[in-house]
Write a protein that binds this ligand. Structure first.
Ligand code: ADP
Ligand code: MG
Length: 452
């Protein structure tokens, strides 16, 4: 899969950058939400991390949303070090001790990021409910909803909110045993306990927690024994009226390969979603980051309109937005002049290109049926009369041209048609567009509408 992602990156960073920086990257391992690449030198590692780290993470996230970090390292003796395929249990890092009380026998928790606090969280329409719910849990009062289930796409602030809850509780209620970990880590602990025949300890450990937060729970979908154990842990804590906070990249009911009883349990409390950011929120987040950058880069000016430009153009994900700003400051401080719109366009070209809007099959179908004034169901349905068949072929043609979907996939989304039917439709429109001025005009108009 890395091979494929590399190809995507080639398209966004350009040939030159690709050959120098991306091509030499060697995928080493993936564990604990971190992808590690081998690089030939520390310099390369630093450069790639600074300039392409966000972009690589962004690309990786399109196929593996659970990845939180990309890491670059120089392998010992210059060779690829063989990694054990099962992640080894790690000694808790020092940060973990600072983060969550770690007395003997307590649950090993993940380190907390000290930037992920409520103070640093910008609230807007898309996330105000999630924020309010998180605040409520962070008060540490009596449990009013259980669990709190936060969901939303990559980079919208789920992890940030969970860490913020943990930080707040630590200062307000140091008596509580607050544990934050990813679903992946939960699984590792569980597998490790099984292997070491320490299941009793494992169960006891988790059942002594006061507030349990499990991030990216979609990870345990399809992992049967882990699910089973998670279910028991979950029930035991709910029975004791202990607060649970869960996050996932989608709603409980939409996580495939998750047992129904778990889904329904997860829906029992408060389910809130973090909506995709809107322009206002993105601008707010950028402004708050700029305030902090001012301290790091005193004297570096920013021209009017740059933040607005970024908020407008980078609509994918807050992580990418932050990365863009970081790079912009670093770059401007290197060349030693004001951050202008031109500078932004130049030094963020790859990010800007990558976050161009992706068009979906549904969108195309909707626009085309509207354009020809037919019902969506007729366009997708089995009727073969010309009034439906032609728009259907137009839509198939646009799907082939404007999305990266394969012919069989497109066929499936058009009422389960065969890929040869799609191919035929695409060919037909391709011919017509040279012969029929009306079709050519329709296509042009639709394309423009879809590209927004
Ligand atoms: P998720 O877990 O939903 O994928 P994260 O919580 O890791 O996303 O957020 C990605 C990055 O974006 C983090 O650096 C986080 O601090 C930042 N971020 C997300 N939402 C906000 C917000 N509302 N205000 C400030 N920073 C945010
Ligand atoms: Mg996260």
């Amino acid at each position: 899969q890395w091979g494929q992602l590399k190809q995507e990156l080639l398209g966004t960073v350009g040939k030159h950058n690709f050959a120098n920086w991306i091509e030499p990257l060697e995928l080493s391992d993936v564990s604990d939400g971190v992808v590690t690449f081998n690089v030939p030198t520390t310099f390369t590692g630093n450069y790639v991390s600074r300039n392409f780290g966000d972009l690589i993470l962004f690309q990786v996230n399109t196929v593996s949303p659970e990845i939180r970090r990309v890491h670059f390292r120089v392998p010992a003796n210059g060779n690829v070090r063989p990694e054990p395929s099962a992640p080894k249990p790690r000694a808790a890092r020092p940060a973990a001790q600072a983060a969550v009380s770690q007395a003997e026998g307590q649950v090993p928790a993940a380190p907390l990021d000290d930037r992920f606090t409520f103070d640093n969280f910008v609230v807007g329409k898309p996330n105000e409910l999630a924020h309010a719910a998180a605040r409520r849990v962070a008060e540490g009062g009596p449990v009013t909803f259980n669990p709190l289930f936060l969901y939303g796409g990559v980079g919208l602030g789920k992890t940030h909110l969970m860490h913020a809850i943990a930080w707040e509780l630590q200062s307000k209620r140091p008596d509580l045993n607050v544990v934050y970990l990813s679903a992946e880590q939960f699984m590792y602990r569980f597998v490790q306990a099984l292997r070491d025949r320490k299941m009793m300890d494992f169960k006891e450990m988790f059942r002594s927690v006061d507030v349990l937060m499990v991030d990216d729970v979609q990870f345990i979908a399809g992992k049967d024994s882990t699910q089973e154990e998670f279910f028991h842990t979950f029930n035991a804590l709910v029975d004791q009226n202990k607060q649970i906070v869960i996050s996932a990249d989608r709603a409980p009911g939409e996580i495939e390969n998750l047992e129904d009883r778990i889904k329904s349990r997860l829906q029992c409390g408060l389910v809130v979603d973090l909506h995709p950011t809107d322009y206002e929120l993105r601008l707010g987040i950028l402004q708050s980051k700029v305030d902090r950058f001012r301290n790091d880069y005193p004297g570096l000016q920013m021209a009017d309109g740059v933040l607005e430009f970024l908020a407008h153009r980078i609509s994918t994900n807050v992580r990418v937005l932050e990365g863009a700003l970081t790079r912009l400051y670093a770059f401007a401080s290197l060349v030693g002049h004001e951050i202008t719109l031109e500078l932004a366009q130049d030094c963020l070209a790859d990010i800007l290109r990558a976050s161009e809007r992706k068009i979906s099959i549904e969108e195309i179908q909707r626009q085309v049926s509207e354009h020809y004034n037919i019902r969506l169901s007729d366009m997708i349905g089995p009727k073969r009369v010309r009034t439906f068949a032609r728009p259907r072929q137009v839509a198939m043609y646009l799907c082939k041209q404007m999305t990266s979907r394969s012919l069989p996939e497109i066929g499936r989304r058009f009422g389960g048609r065969d890929h040869t039917t799609v191919m035929h439709g695409v060919k037909r429109i391709d011919e017509l567009r040279h012969q029929d001025a009306q079709i050519a005009e329709d296509l042009e108009l639709l394309r423009r509408t879809l590209e927004g």
